[in-house]
Write a protein that binds this ligand. Structure first.
Ligand code: ZN
Ligand code: ZN
Length: 271
């Protein structure tokens, strides 16, 4: 898909969204109808991919066929015309053995994939979810990460680098996602030299690989932040990186959440 071309013609797009196929809060058809009502012209479904470990947030491999079938029905529904729908997937990178570069994903016939890191290996090698609510995160810090937030941040960015090196995805998802929980756990950590260096190195890699990234608005309302944090945008914009404004909506009411503000920030920085 040529995202750069699409976003040069319209702002009425969202390429990151969830439904009942993973942890979204509404059926796919309801999300599609809400997208049309919101004036979307391009709307991508991106359920959390199947993964080879137990996870309540990820879709099962068994439901992938039904996901494709439902996507087809939505695209053919005359009540939903006016918007082009895409069958995408937000693919989790877990390890060199499982991530967007795995042949399984190329074989599905998806329109595109988002590559995202939500799980990182603990010091003992077990994949642990670092996304989600802070209360679960702080419990996992105790139970899985020995309270070592520097390890968590370092490993998150290390996994992100490994995913980029392996390739196989079209959009890099929320590349500093760990910043949210890390900052609740250790306020100010994102201003520290250690974190900044890791994040800046990832920005270097994004620029070197000319990746397409997103300005993810999901947490703006509740947590007052975008992914990536606005501080990383000037360098990315300066390097000509394609930046999509995506809401990562899990609910029909959130499809356009904080989009205007995100576009305004990009406009100001590009001016
Ligand atoms: Zn995600
Ligand atoms: Zn998502």
């Amino acid at each position: 898909m040529n995202f750069k071309e699409i976003i040069s013609t319209t702002r009425n797009y969202n390429f990151h969204s969830h439904t009942q196929f993973c942890d979204g809060r509404a059926p796919m058809h309801t999300m599609a109808a809400a997208a049309v009502a919101a004036g979307m012209e391009h709307y991508g479904f991106t359920p959390h991919s199947p993964i080879p470990i137990a996870s309540p947030c990820n879709m099962s491999a068994e439901s992938v066929e039904e996901y494709f079938a439902e996507s087809k029905r939505i695209s053919a529904d005359p009540a939903l015309s006016g918007c082009r729908f895409y069958t995408g997937m937000e693919v989790d990178y877990l390890s060199p053995e499982w991530g967007p570069s795995h042949p399984y994903f190329a074989g599905l016939g998806l329109d595109y994939t988002i590559g995202s890191v939500h799980f990182i290996p603990s010091q003992s090698g077990e994949p642990v979810d670092i996304d989600g609510h802070f209360d679960s995160f702080s419990r996992r810090m105790r139970e899985h990460f020995r309270g070592d937030i520097d390890y968590v941040v370092e490993t998150f960015f290390g996994q992100s680098r490994a995913m980029i090196e392996a390739g196989g995805f079209d959009i890099l998802g929320h590349f500093d996602k760990v910043g949210q929980n890390a900052s609740y756990y250790a306020p100010g950590i994102e201003d520290g030299e250690h974190y900044r260096k890791l994040a800046d190195e990832l920005v270097d890699l994004i620029i070197a690989r000319k990746l397409t990234i997103e300005l993810n608005t999901k947490a703006r309302n509740e947590h007052g932040r975008f992914f990536p944090a606005v501080r990383y945008l000037p360098r990315l914009i300066g390097a000509g990186i394609t930046i999509l404004v995506n809401s990562d909506a899990h609910h029909p009411d959130r499809i356009t959440a904080s989009r205007d503000e995100a576009f305004a920030i990009l406009d100001t920085l590009k001016a």
